[in-house]
Design a protein around this ligand. Structure first.
Ligand code: BGP
Length: 545
């Protein structure tokens, strides 16, 4: 939640007009999985019709029933766990959110160090100065991950710990921290996924124009090469950038995240353009400085939709909505994905922005479109769409009192975990990793000394069943990273939001695994079978396919 908005109003993913009103229309309100229903029914009061999206042919006549109801498929016990044997069960964090040690061992300031000190920028004036003190407690944290049984840990490198000025001299003490962390992970048998950039942009480079300076692509590529040289012997899974919608959109357009600027559209679009050039150049640098077995991905804050029913008209309406760029804000997918994966900006967005579009050499698009190995999808929620009477997509509102997480922008909408990867795979045809998924709740230590968080286990259970459905239908999803292993510094919300599987007492830095930790541990140990009541046989014992 940003500070300069009233707290009752959602920021982030819910910025799409109508998204507070829109959502899953389950037949019973709490029946959260999408339920088949009549297509094209009249709009309920308060519904926000979607502006027309260019018509696309329907695969079948509107109203034709879909052969399989999703809820039945997702929850039906099967004989085989849909999760492949090498599925990367994981947890995720980001440097500024957990490390602390902000001014230690030569680390330079990032825009988040500066922004968090601005009065009113972050909830109660909090900052990541200490955070979870992971910098000093990483051994304990890796031990927790080992106890949890995760196969993979997604972390990010603090650019200014490695290059305090953003470019130039390498700070060996900063590199040493990541060496220690990787060695500890290696001892625990946990595979690292390394994100090069998760929002903590060097302050020194911001002063040189930041993302508005064309040179940023080279600055970022040089940094990528340094990290790859130092860590590439142990890191085989890389992410260039995390959620450009947030660090460009919220940071430079909305002003609710660091550095807190409010650029007009022409400049905002230029910054976005340069961020994608930087991604492309970093991919090239990673390829040049790692071995061929390294996998490289790009992580989006996915803005997902799900159909109100499985009628073909609704499925198509949600598909059109998920890839549409129809409003002037950052909360869409295609603006950030199409240049990177298809080498072109989406036509509807180009039309929308008109003369505000930056002018650039055609070669920029080639630069952006570097082959990558996977799409990283951060998945938290979906809005629900259907085919309206006029044939165009329209958003379906949430009934009053619909379940939400501790952050206002997140209705509990597990269908996103199936429909998101399905739509993305149909369009971009790449393997996918669920690089973040989680729930914020107002956790506390109970009188019995435990942290009971049944909402989180129920949330994960519902979402993982939908993921299982996608896997069963053949979607190439390689892993799932719970956000987060630890409660941590949740950006402009400070320490108010708790997403962790492990509770952090920030007064003492004591870690207390929550109930969801034990629950997820069982899911991992059974390779997903426990999601189905533990009735499944492990894949190795299955003989009937
Ligand atoms: C993702 C970020 C994470 C984490 C998470 C929780 O967008 O990649 O860093 O913060 O969202 O969301 P938030 O902190 O906005 O509530």
């Amino acid at each position: 939640m940003s500070k300069d908005e009233p707290r009752k109003f959602p920021s982030r993913r819910a910025m799409l007009k109508g998204s507070l009103a829109g959502g899953v229309l389950g037949a019973s309100g709490l029946a959260i999985a999408a339920t088949p229903g009549p297509s094209g029914a009249p709009l309920p009061a308060g519904a926000t019709p979607h502006p027309p999206v260019p018509a696309a042919p329907h695969p079948a006549a509107p109203g034709a029933p879909h052969p399989v109801a999703p809820a039945q498929l997702a929850h039906r016990p099967a004989t085989v766990s849909p999760f492949p044997r090498d599925f990367a069960w994981g947890v995720a964090t980001a440097a500024y959110q957990v490390e602390g040690a902000a001014a230690e061992d030569g680390r330079g300031p990032s825009v988040w160090d500066v922004f968090s000190k601005k009065p009113g920028a972050v909830f109660e004036g909090q900052s990541g100065d200490v955070a979870c003190d992971h910098y000093h407690r990483y051994k304990e944290d890796v031990a927790l991950m080992k106890a949890l049984g995760v196969k993979s840990y997604r972390f990010s490198v603090s650019w200014t710990r490695v290059l305090p000025e953003g470019t130039g001299a390498v700070n060996q003490k900063g590199v040493d921290f990541y060496n220690r962390l990787l060695d500890e992970l290696g001892k625990a048998g946990i595979h690292p996924m390394c994100t090069l950039f998760h929002w903590d942009f060097p302050e020194a480079l911001y002063k040189r124009g930041g993302w508005l300076n064309r040179d940023v692509a080279d600055w970022f590529a040089d940094y990528a090469a340094v990290v790859a040289d130092k860590l590439g012997d142990r890191v085989k899974a890389w992410v260039t950038q995390n959620e450009p919608q947030c660090y460009i959109g919220q940071g430079l357009r909305d002003g609710t995240h660091a550095p807190g600027d409010k650029l007009k559209d022409p400049q905002y679009l230029l910054a976005a353009h340069n961020s994608m050039r930087a991604h492309g150049k970093a991919v090239q640098a990673l390829r040049a400085h790692t071995k061929p077995d390294a996998k490289v991905g790009y992580v989006l804050s996915t803005q997902l939709t799900q159909p109100a029913s499985e009628m073909p008209g609704d499925v198509e309406a949600a598909r059109r909505a998920v890839f549409a760029v129809h409003e002037r804000h950052q909360w869409n997918n295609s603006w950030w994905m199409d240049p990177v994966l298809l080498g072109a900006y989406p036509e509807d967005g180009v039309k929308l922005y008109g003369k505000d579009m930056p002018s650039f050499p055609a070669a920029d698009l080639t630069e952006m479109k570097q082959p990558i190995d996977f799409i990283g999808m951060n998945i938290y929620k979906a809005d629900t769409w259907r085919q309206g009477k006029d044939g165009n997509p329209e958003q379906v509102p949430l009934p009053p009192g619909y379940p939400r997480s501790g952050v206002d922008w997140q209705p509990i909408s597990p269908g996103c975990m199936y429909w998101g990867p399905r739509y993305f795979h149909e369009k971009y045809k790449l393997p996918m990793s669920i690089t973040e998924n989680g729930l914020s709740t107002r956790d506390q230590l109970f009188l019995d000394g435990k942290v009971h968080d049944p909402q989180r286990t129920d949330f994960m259970h519902r979402y993982l069943l939908e993921l299982g459905r996608g896997l069963r239908e053949g979607l190439p999803i390689t892993g799932y990273y719970a956000w987060s292993i630890l409660d941590n510094f949740e950006w402009a919300d400070g320490y108010k939001q708790r997403f962790g599987l492990v509770y952090v007492d920030y007064q003492t830095q004591k870690r207390i695994p929550k109930e969801s930790f034990d629950w997820y541990k069982k899911v991992i140990a059974s390779n997903g079978a426990s999601l189905y009541g533990g009735k499944l046989l492990p894949p190795t014992q299955v003989t009937d396919g």
